[in-house]
Ligand binder design. Structure first.
Ligand SMILES: NC(=O)C1=CN([C@@H]2O[C@H](COP(=O)(O)OP(=O)(O)OC[C@H]3O[C@@H](n4cnc5c(N)ncnc54)[C@H](OP(=O)(O)O)[C@@H]3O)[C@@H](O)[C@H]2O)C=CC1
Ligand SMILES: O=C(CO)[C@H](O)[C@H](O)COP(=O)(O)O
Length: 457
């Protein structure tokens, strides 16, 4: 099988080596010749270079491919994807060929591109997760759509992807560009879990006075049990790192966190669809807040530094709270995928989605088995639910910031304790005559329920 790959950066280079190692013949192009040379040198040192052809332009790439052609894109998301598609058309790509956008593109662009290119070639979308290591040794692959060209690629991607219990972490999760939506939500969950772990670290470090190395030990002990996850393991490793001067490496790193867009899109889509994912939104805003200090508006509002309080934590309770909050982050993401799938009629298969997240990806975790058991299982976790409630309270008492921890507690409390929405309904009707719905389902106004002599002015 022959495939072409455009974009040989962090992901492209590593996926290229993985594809060749699995037996594919690869024609590869990057606008930067150094990237091609670097890939060739890696392939040579692995003894697999005979199945690699680096080309210096797209016309040569297209000429070398047997028809129907299969081209994978791993270039930065945005207008560049259209530029490369246009260049590929000019280079000779034609109807029946498939181009798979494997980058972190916005699914809305994917839908538009499917239409735009429908008479030129088959445009397909696939989200990939796992970073450089995953791409090299087995990523999670969230594909979508029913383009005919998939049939040629699927057997290969099933081999290239990570596996869990012998099953591939490649799947066509649903229709249209839903693969990119699923990858976007994967990243939204990724933001939330990263921030949640950072909050656990801060509570242990500042709240209980542990050193980074001691927090690393706590995370390591959690990783040895059912809480094991990739993000917890790398956090433990990072916290254990020391500089040549024996300083904790984390203490040398600035606090401002960047982002490429997928977390923001997750929050925007959730808000547009009316699906509540407060933990995921809080994680995006937590990143924004780390940068606030540099904005012109913030410079005009400098706040005095405040002391924080130490807290007396039960480590088992903290572990239970972390476990429960983590499960709830995934559940919010899955609810968003389910809601979007219903709205867009994508028929996303949540079991297949979870299968792609079992191995290879950044949000892989042993407790994904528990998430697959559904909300009914979460309802049985009374101990962890109580732990989350208690730890969130203690965290607030410390005076430090815990946006994801507290949003997650708020999320589950809103869904499992009495609501206060009735008063907000009444307020809207009071000032705007927006109407209210009563417990019996009747739509009316406050004034239909009672006589209001004079409204507050
Ligand atoms: N890094 C990660 O962990 C992950 C990234 N992704 C997504 O995968 C995609 C690629 O990411 P990543 O590999 O990190 O990005 P990189 O920036 O490392 O690599 C992109 C490569 O594409 C090249 N390129 C740019 N324009 C063109 C062009 N017109 N024709 C050919 N090549 C071009 C770049 O060259 P130059 O550098 O000269 O511009 C660069 O070598 C992105 O959409 C990203 O969001 C998805 C999952 C994980
Ligand atoms: O897709 C990824 C991991 O799954 C990429 O690493 C992505 O860049 C992460 O998002 P951000 O850069 O916004 O933190």
């Amino acid at each position: 099988m022959q495939v072409a790959l455009v974009g040989l950066g962090v992901m492209g280079k590593n996926l290229a080596l993985n594809l060749i190692e699995q037996g594919m013949t690869l024609v590869a192009y990057d606008k930067n010749p150094d990237a091609g040379a670097e890939l060739l040198s890696c392939a040579q040192s692995l003894g697999i270079a005979e199945r690699l052809h680096i080309v210096s332009d797209l016309a040569d790439m297209v000429k070398r491919l047997d028809t129907p052609r299969s081209v994978l894109l791993l270039v930065p998301a945005g207008e560049l994807v259209d530029k490369v598609c246009q260049d590929l058309i000019e280079a000779g790509v034609e109807k029946g060929d498939i181009i798979v956008d494997c980058g972190n593109s916005n699914y809305k662009d994917g839908i538009a591109r499917k239409l735009k290119y429908q008479n030129k070639f088959e445009f397909a979308t696939m989200g990939i997760s796992g970073g450089a290591e995953g791409a090299r040794h087995g990523p999670a692959m969230m594909a979508s759509g029913s383009e005919g060209g998939w049939e040629r690629l699927i057997p290969w991607f099933e081999k290239v992807a990570a596996t869990h219990n012998g099953e591939s972490c490649f799947a066509r999760v649903g229709q249209s560009a839903s693969g990119h939506f699923v990858k976007m939500v994967h990243n939204g969950i990724e933001y939330a879990l990263m921030q949640l772990i950072a909050e656990m670290y801060q509570l242990l470090r500042i709240g209980t006075g542990r050193t980074p190395a001691q927090v690393a030990e706590v995370f390591k002990s959690w990783s040895e049990g059912p809480l094991n996850s990739y993000l917890l393991a790398i956090s433990s490793h990072i916290l254990s790192l020391e500089s040549d001067n024996s300083e904790a490496v984390v203490d040398l790193i600035d606090n401002k966190v960047g982002a490429k867009g997928t977390g923001l899109w997750t929050a925007q889509n959730a808000l547009e669809l009316g699906i509540a994912v407060p933990s995921l939104v809080a994680a995006v805003q937590a990143r924004h807040l780390t940068n606030t200090i540099d904005t012109p508006a913030a410079k005009e509002m400098t706040y005095a530094q405040r002391a924080t309080n130490s807290v007396d934590l039960d480590l088992d309770e903290l572990k239970d709270a972390f476990y429960f909050a983590s499960l709830l982050c995934y559940r919010q993401g899955l609810a968003l995928i389910k809601g979007a799938s219903r709205s867009h009629q994508w028929k996303v298969d949540l079991d297949k989605t979870l299968q792609t997240w079992r191995a290879g990806c950044i949000i892989r975790a042993d407790y994904l088995d528990d998430i697959a058991k559904g909300v009914e299982f979460l309802d049985t976790l009374e101990g962890p639910a109580n732990a989350l409630r208690k730890i969130a309270g203690q965290a607030i008492q410390s005076g430090l910031a815990f946006p994801v921890l507290t949003s997650t507690q708020t999320y589950i409390a809103t869904l499992s304790t009495p609501s206060n929405g009735h008063l907000v309904q009444a307020q809207r009707d009071y000032f705007g005559e927006h109407g209210i719905k009563t417990h019996s389902g009747e739509s009316c106004h406050l004034t239909d329920l009672t006589e209001i002599d004079a409204k507050v002015r």
